[in-house]
Design a protein. Structure first.
Length: 213
């Protein structure tokens, strides 16, 4: 059954998505994608017309990486960053980049995230001075998806597209991954690719109301 806390978070996010586009108060959805770095034991066979690139089943493990993805899906904008980890510090630094570099002139960024334990105000106070943390947080308005319902975060759709078009293949190291993700991000931004979100509050009522308590 779905309790009141779940419903409150769900409708908060859905209602947010249904608001008219406001460039002064952009809705930015943020999520992370872990990526295992895998090298080839043997040289792959390059793609050619009519045939995809072929890999040997054996591979070399080169560690893991993390990809931050933030998407303003109504405007067709996204920002990405490849990091070694996804700690509180990494999260805080990525959000600071959004605030200072990507959205320096907006009033507030309405940031949609899941309930991962790094996605909170504590991350900023642990990473920056008190004054700097408060400066950044003054520009952020957090909106959390319910537990076990991160699919309400539109960034998951963007990550799925990224996997299909870019990261769903074998990539050997951080340098290559960073280059590939940056090129994919630029192409999507140049095309202003948007996400057509169709799960409305009305549809939520129809599909889920029988589970409410």
């Amino acid at each position: 059954m779905i309790d009141a806390i779940f419903r409150g978070c769900m409708y908060d996010v859905i209602d947010l998505y249904e608001e008219p586009y406001d460039p002064e108060r952009p809705i930015v959805c943020l999520d992370e994608k872990p990526k295992q770095l895998l090298g080839d034991e043997r040289k792959s066979i390059p793609m050619k017309p009519g045939h995809s690139e072929k890999y040997d089943y054996e591979y070399v493990r080169n560690g893991t990486a993390n990809i931050f993805v933030a998407v303003e899906f109504k405007a067709g904008k996204r920002a990405t960053q490849v990091t070694k980890r996804r700690t509180m510090k990494d999260f805080a630094l990525f959000v600071k980049m959004l605030v200072d570099d990507k959205y320096p002139d907006v009033k507030v960024i309405r940031l949609v995230v899941d309930n991962l334990n790094t996605h909170n105000e504590k991350a900023f106070y642990r990473t920056f001075s008190k004054d700097e943390a408060e400066r950044i947080l003054d520009r952020i308005e957090f909106h959390y998806t319910p537990k076990h319902a991160s699919w309400l975060n539109a960034a998951e759709i963007e990550i799925h597209v990224m996997d299909i078009e870019c990261t769903g293949r074998r990539i050997s190291d951080m340098k290559v991954l960073t280059h590939e993700v940056a090129a994919w991000t630029k192409r999507r931004n140049d095309h202003e690719d948007k996400i057509n979100w169709t799960f409305t509050s009305e549809r939520a009522d129809v599909k889920l109301s029988k589970y409410y308590v």
